[in-house]
Ligand binder design. Structure first.
Ligand code: PLP
Length: 430
């Protein structure tokens, strides 16, 4: 059956009447690739079923959380069981301690963890904690790294090479922007220069240790280690935003795979098993500053919600007991990488594929993609054609060149072969 969007398009038109842009998060609107978004009816394992009745292979996994595939039985069962006991209490539960204990046993270098409801909240709170701990205001972030939509992160480079940021969304004040300093990913010299120019003023450096929000970008050798040393030298905290990478790359996330130690780590996505959860973790000395122990305020009516904690507990327990999943996922990702690589190199067009663990991205450019500027050299027209060509063949890639694929372990090698063959068909017509 030819790929149809008819019902999705009708649903999108209706949605646009009542929801701004028809979506509850902008990337879902397909602005970067054009056309109407596909609406999902349900999902199981590696497949999404669209409202038009197509079963498609999913490479976004809800932007990361569904690492074991959709509707993973232990998670579904745990949520159903929890629901029957009540959906929220606003009081402590034993389950919160259980998941905290498990999470800190899996994550290196942290003693305590605080649960919140999204990755945005986790990063926003981590920065507040770093400011409270150091008594300093300024933060360093990297162009193209996404840490959620809180004001301090919606900042772009101003004029000049090393500079104060300026708001990249109306509604973010200049007052906020002046405290966020921007550097290019993989450019250690810039970080050093910012530290020197702002001696004694930097509270923290926040980074995606493996970036996933400008496609997948891998830190060059020495980059994270260099920032670690600079933070130590200048008395700043190093925050790893592991919202994407946490519990996805390894049990201990990017801290484990890179061997670099963070002071505060933020989590989201996988830790909630597909329910709205974020978290931030640190060693005791830092967490002691957080309310109710210390003066740095942070709170949440639904934080530690029993449904969300049950889902997260089932997910983390499975990953903790089956670490072989990480090798299996990395092998599948490598297989897909090599397959698409051979398709594109046979075609003879410019492309670069970046990969790390179960994250990867295809960039239609002749440049190495190492930071936001090089990611932006990608040919978006080719990206659009690749995306839509694959979608019409039943394969769902991230609908933006600045997003990473997230593989899930329910994907079979048959699914991967189908994807590689479909890529060959798509580019052969160019
Ligand atoms: N940090 C990173 C690295 C992310 O990729 C995201 C979201 O994609 C966030 C933070 C924000 O998380 P959330 O969308 O749950 O607020």
């Amino acid at each position: 059956m030819a790929f149809s969007y008819q019902r999705s398009s009708a649903l999108f038109q209706e949605a646009k009447k009542y929801i701004p842009g028809g979506v509850n998060s902008p990337v879902r609107a397909f602005n970067a690739v054009g056309g109407d978004p596909v609406f999902v009816e349900k999902a199981k394992g590696a497949y999404l079923q669209t409202e038009d009745g197509h079963q498609i292979i999913d490479y976004i996994a809800s932007w990361g959380p569904m690492i074991l595939g959709h509707a993973f039985e232990p998670v579904v069962e745990a949520v159903i069981k929890a629901t029957e006991k009540g959906t929220s209490y606003g009081m402590p539960t034993a389950l919160e301690t259980e998941i905290a204990k498990l999470a800190v046993s899996m994550a290196p270098n942290v003693d305590q963890i605080r649960m919140v409801n999204s990755g945005t909240e986790a990063c926003m709170s981590a920065v507040r904690l770093a400011r409270g701990f150091t008594g300093r205001d300024k933060i360093i972030k990297f162009a193209g790294c996404y840490h959620g939509h809180s004001d301090s992160f919606l900042i772009q480079a101003g004029s000049g090479a090393v500079t104060f940021g300026s708001p990249n969304s109306p509604g973010v004040t200049q007052g906020t922007a002046k405290d966020t300093l921007l550097a290019q990913y993989n450019n250690l010299d810039q970080v050093e220069e910012i530290f020197k120019k702002n001696e004694g003023e930097i509270a923290c450096v926040i980074i995606e240790p493996i970036a996933g929000n400008m496609g997948c970008i891998v830190p060059e050798n020495g980059f994270l280690e260099g920032i670690r040393s600079l933070c130590d030298e200048h008395g700043a905290l190093f925050i790893f935003d592991e919202v994407m990478t946490g519990f996805r790359l390894a049990r201990g996330g990017a801290q484990e795979t890179t061997g670099v130690k963070a002071d505060i780590v933020t989590y989201g996505k996988v830790i909630g098993g597909g329910l709205p959860v974020g978290a931030f973790a640190a060693r005791q000395e830092i967490m002691n500053h957080l309310a109710p122990l210390g003066p740095v305020y942070q709170a949440g009516t639904l934080s530690g919600n029993p449904l969300a904690m049950s889902a997260g507990m089932a997910m983390l327990t499975h990953l903790n007991n089956h670490p072989e999943i990480y090798d299996s996922l990395a092998a599948k990702t490598e297989y897909l990488h090599k397959g698409i690589d051979s398709v594109l190199s046979d075609k003879g067009i410019d492309y670069k594929i970046n990969r790390y663990g179960s994250m990867m991205s295809v960039h239609f450019t002749d440049q190495d993609v190492v930071d936001f500027s090089s990611a932006a050299t990608g040919n978006n027209e080719w990206f659009r054609k690749f995306f839509h060509g694959l979608l019409e063949r039943g394969i769902y890639l991230p609908p933006s060149a600045f997003e990473s694929y997230f593989l899930n372990d329910a994907l079979s090698y048959e699914d991967l072969d189908k994807t590689i063959e479909a890529s060959r068909e798509v580019v052969s017509s160019w």
